[in-house]
Write a protein that binds this ligand. Structure first.
Ligand SMILES: Cc1ncc(COP(=O)(O)O)c(C=O)c1O
Length: 451
């Protein structure tokens, strides 16, 4: 380990952060990496790493990683042995024992991953189609069941047409990279999901302040005639904050300046809008949004992604979106599960009302206890702490109480906004919510997060 670390002689300024702005990661003197001082970003995302050789990059990252694990605060990759259940059986990373844990870390908002009504349909489809599609959609992987799913998505989203991808990530990068040429630009809300931002790798991109139509306007004013096409990109519901996009104003501004708008409905589908139709329906903007993308992996409880838009645009993407064209069609049992789940959602039979009762209850208790939950309005609750050590400590203590939540440290969010992220699903009983909220309050007081 230290051999490789010592072999690199450059000094790297690895931090852009307020607190440790002037720290240098000096590999000529340090053999071990202190996990309290560094984050994953320092070994994977920092642009200055381009000066480091792979060998030493790997060594640094692995040293950080083992220090994290030794500190007994490493709560990523906790393994479940029975899926994404409300009470999941999770392997404890410290002891190897199985813990029955309340799962407040899943995006399965309607608990449809476990819905037996869906499995019946999946079994029928498996006996008709088998498993994989065996080819890409333009070649041999074009299947009727996929077309049925695409039609169901178009119906939900109120668009002319849709195509499905193997994941939401693939849908976002494939759509954005398929549209953007060198003379075009993507303009992102600064909290946009990584899959959206990755779509414009190597292309022109700008950012505007989160959910701020005025900030968007000033970006658009500044670049008025510089680009041929402009695409404004937003999330319907923000994945780390649970707030809803200010879509009406953003749409007005974007269209005024001749830009198109793409909304990623990953966390909105199944949650907001009539019967869970999403953000566009929530604001009565059907037919006004240029492109809607989303995933089948969250409320829908399966896996896969989609894009919905005009027929002309979808036809264009079919032959210009590389993650669609050059990838085998989605796994057919997942297609069948998604189709059945969307039908249940359409009929309001997927537990949406119970989800909303749970959301309102959790929200009121977190606010009454004095937690900072930002502008959370949906099933995602950030408990904003602004101190990475307290974030890790709270996650660990909740783990000890058999409550599974996710830590969101820097650099996933700015250092002042680091948080514990809690997701609420429909199936929790009031007792389960009360137990969890009582523990959160007690730990919050003990760590001086609330009074
Ligand atoms: C906002 C958003 N968009 C897209 C994705 C990607 O979806 P998938 O998990 O289906 O690749 C996610 C999931 O992590 C997400 O949160």
């Amino acid at each position: 380990m230290s051999k490789n670390l010592n072999s690199t002689r450059k000094r790297y300024h690895l931090f852009e952060d307020e607190q440790i702005d002037h720290m240098y990661f000096d590999m000529s003197t340090s053999g071990e990496v202190d996990a309290n001082k560094y984050s994953l970003y320092n070994f994977t995302g920092d642009p200055k790493l381009e000066y480091a050789e792979w060998e030493s990059r790997l060594d640094m990252m692995n040293s950080w990683f083992s220090d994290m694990k030794n500190s007994k605060r490493f709560l990523y990759e906790r393994e479940s042995i029975d899926g994404s259940k409300i009470i999941s059986s999770v392997v404890d990373p410290e002891t190897g024992e199985i813990r029955k844990m309340l799962n407040f870390a899943s995006n399965d908002y309607l608990n449809l991953t476990q819905d037996k009504r869906i499995w019946k349909n999946v079994n029928d489809i498996i006996s008709q189609y088998g498993g994989g599609a065996g080819g890409a959609p333009l070649l041999s992987g074009s299947m009727r069941i996929i077309k049925e799913l695409q039609d169901q998505i178009s119906k939900m989203k109120g668009t002319e047409s849709s195509i499905v991808y193997t994941s939401g990530y693939a849908a976002n990068i494939g759509t954005i990279s398929g549209l953007l040429g060198h003379k075009d630009v993507a303009i992102y809300d600064m909290y946009s999901h990584a899959s959206l931002i990755d779509g414009s790798k190597g292309a022109n991109k700008k950012f505007f302040a989160h959910n701020d139509a005025k900030s968007l306007e000033s970006v658009l004013k500044n670049i008025q005639n510089k680009y041929i096409n402009k695409l404004v990109v937003v999330d319907g519901v923000y994945s780390m904050d649970g707030d809803i996009c200010n879509l009406p104003e953003i749409l007005d501004v974007a269209h005024f300046y001749g830009a198109w708008v793409l909304v990623d409905e990953a966390h909105a589908t199944g949650v907001i809008g009539k019967n869970g139709r999403g953000t566009v329906d929530y604001f009565n903007l059907e037919g006004k949004v240029d492109i809607i993308t989303g995933t089948l992996s969250k409320s829908v409880g399966a896996v896969g992604g989609f894009v919905s838009a005009s027929e002309k645009l979808i036809n264009y993407l079919k032959y210009n979106s590389r993650s669609y064209m050059f990838s085998t069609s989605p796994y057919l049992p997942a297609v069948a599960a998604s189709l059945e789940a969307l039908k249940l959602i359409e009929q309001n039979e997927a537990g949406q009302d119970q989800l909303w009762r749970n959301i309102q209850y959790v929200k009121s208790r977190l606010l009454n206890a004095g937690f900072n939950i930002g502008n959370a309005e949906t099933a995602i609750f950030p408990i904003i702490i602004g101190d990475d050590n307290k974030v890790k400590e709270m996650t660990y203590r909740l783990h000890q109480k058999n409550i599974f939540v996710n830590p969101v440290p820097y650099p996933a969010v700015p250092r002042k906004l680091t948080r514990v992220r809690l997701t609420v699903t429909a199936g929790f009983s009031k007792d389960q919510l009360d137990y969890t909220l009582d523990q959160i309050e007690e730990i919050g007081r003990d760590l001086n997060i609330i009074k």
